[in-house]
Design a protein around this ligand. Structure first.
Ligand code: 5AD
Ligand code: SF4
Length: 469
């Protein structure tokens, strides 16, 4: 429950314009997290400062996700909780951004009477103008897709405090046709950010203190296919260009479609200095009929061959994946194929979901035939199998010496430790490692952003513990 009875003060800046606060609640994937940063960025010149307190805000935005169901319900109940704030703050504009906004548009304004503003991901740059219209008492909905040729990325401005690990959007949208997926409807067609702009953004982040960069897109492997002109790098070539940025220690990317995971990309692992030994390669199902129904355009055998090629190229590579259980018509035997694939590939980690029909998708035209109880049971079996695999994979780190990029104090540090601080960071394979340093050492700040060599002594389910080598 949001509770506070005092309307926020709107201070006047020296130039006479009001200083206001914006509160954004972000749901869903890294793309949304990144979009939220861009929202703050475009509002900043209009005197909006970010706040963590919705009661202080004169603009509240929910940046929403619609990839699986319940997202909309969650968002609607949150809007209901925020509604009372409007009663004692006339200045407050309430808006919905992101994928649910794109999908629902005007409908959302009709459904939620106290909502002022709905806008899709293509309209972040227009936000200041949209907010002004809402302040003039117009109920605003802006969800048109910008034409591919006209779409312009907002170049990320360096933040006051650059993180050790930063994200850089390299493309938006998705041109694949996976039957279950709403993303092509909410994010539109693929548009790639020109390579020069990507490299420039990485250079700026590194100059401001970042050591690791993750390149972001719904399907980064098809990067560049929409670009025009005389310089159209493939995704692998883009990786090479980013790898050459001086001062960058680690490079990651997400997400990838197996069809676009080609030899040229596989060849980058182990060859590019900064490219980390980690690959998230969603398989969705281990059964060929289901994969065909899903319109994934690969067979389980072809997928396994890609995994084998990756491991030949980079034997230590850590792999993760996405799994959907209970796709329409999935039989017990077809589900067993997914378990077999998981047992054979032995991923380091997975994300598994119960299928849920998404409005407008092809799969949503089929009866959602697998009963909820069966979906639940299948999900539990997937997770149990993976838990056992993850445990053995984590235990295999014990006794090894790993390179850790230090991100900061670990959560353990706040638990009353007086003489030693725990720091946390990640291995190149994306596993969290905690290790202690003497108190004085911690404050020297020299650790944050540095590469520590750690002997791993203990493995827990989600993280490793060790001591400095
Ligand atoms: N139902 C369940 N899971 C889904 N995903 C995407 N759409 C659906 C859906 N309709 C999962 C896929 C995808 C991940 C981001 O979300 O596994 O890779
Ligand atoms: Fe959705 Fe990914 Fe398929 Fe694109 S490739 S349609 S984002 S599941």
């Amino acid at each position: 429950m949001v509770a506070t009875p005092t309307p926020p003060e709107v201070a006047l800046l020296p130039n006479g314009s009001p200083r206001r606060y914006v509160y954004v609640q972000t749901f869903g994937c890294q793309m949304n997290v990144n979009d939220t940063d861009r929202i703050f960025q475009v509002l900043e010149p209009f005197n909006y400062r970010p706040t963590d307190d919705p009661a202080q805000a004169s603009l509240i935005l929910l940046n929403t996700c619609s990839v699986r169901d319940k997202a909309e319900q969650k968002m609607l109940s949150q809007l209901g909780r925020l509604a009372p704030l409007k009663d004692y703050n006339d200045d407050l504009i309430l808006g919905v951004a992101g994928c649910v906004a794109q999908q629902e548009g005007e409908r959302l304004l009709k459904k939620v009477p106290h909502l002022d503003l709905v806008f899709g991901p293509d309209h972040i740059a227009d936000l200041p103008g949209l907010v002004e219209r809402a302040r003039a008492k117009e109920r605003v909905s802006e969800t048109r897709f910008t034409k591919r040729k006209e779409f312009a990325f907002i170049e990320a401005a360096p933040r006051e405090e650059t993180r050790i690990s930063e994200f850089v959007t390299i493309m938006k949208g998705c041109d694949k046709v996976c039957s279950f997926c709403i993303v092509p409807f909410t994010r539109g067609r693929e548009v790639s950010k020109p390579a020069d702009a990507v490299v420039r953004e990485v250079e700026r982040l590194v100059a401001a203190g970042a050591r690791e960069v993750t390149l972001l897109g719904q399907n980064v492997n098809s990067y560049g296919k929409d670009l025009q002109g005389d310089r159209i790098p493939t995704f692998a070539q883009l990786l090479r260009e980013v790898d050459a940025v001086a001062g960058l220690e680690r490079l990651r990317f997400t997400t990838s479609h197996p069809m676009d995971c080609i030899d040229e990309l596989v060849g980058c692992f182990g060859e590019l200095r900064t490219l980390c030994e980690f690959f998230h390669l969603p398989v969705q199902s281990g059964n060929d009929r289901i994969l065909r129904e899903m319109r994934r355009f690969y067979t389980a055998a072809e997928y396994r061959e890609k995994v084998a090629a990756l491991r030949r190229q980079s034997p230590q590579i850590a792999l993760s994946t996405d799994i959907i259980v209970g796709y329409p018509g999935e039989t017990d035997a077809e589900f067993e194929d997914t378990l077999t694939l998981l047992a054979d590939v032995r991923y380091d980690s997975i994300f598994a979901f119960k299928y849920s029909p998404r409005p407008g998708t092809r799969a949503a035209e089929l009866p959602d035939s697998v009963p909820e109880a069966v979906k639940r049971e299948r999900l539990a079996r997937v997770l149990a199998l993976q838990d056992a695999v993850t445990r053995t994979r984590m235990e295999a780190y014990v006794g090894q010496t790993v390179e850790v990029l230090v991100e900061g104090p670990s959560r353990m540090a706040s638990k009353g430790q007086t003489t030693r601080w725990q720091l946390m960071g990640r291995t190149r394979t994306n596993v969290i490692v905690n290790f202690p340093v003497p108190l004085g050492e911690f404050w020297s700040d020299r650790w944050i952003g540095s590469l520590a060599t750690v002997n791993v002594e203990q493995a827990k389910s989600n993280s490793l513990y060790g001591t400095l080598a």
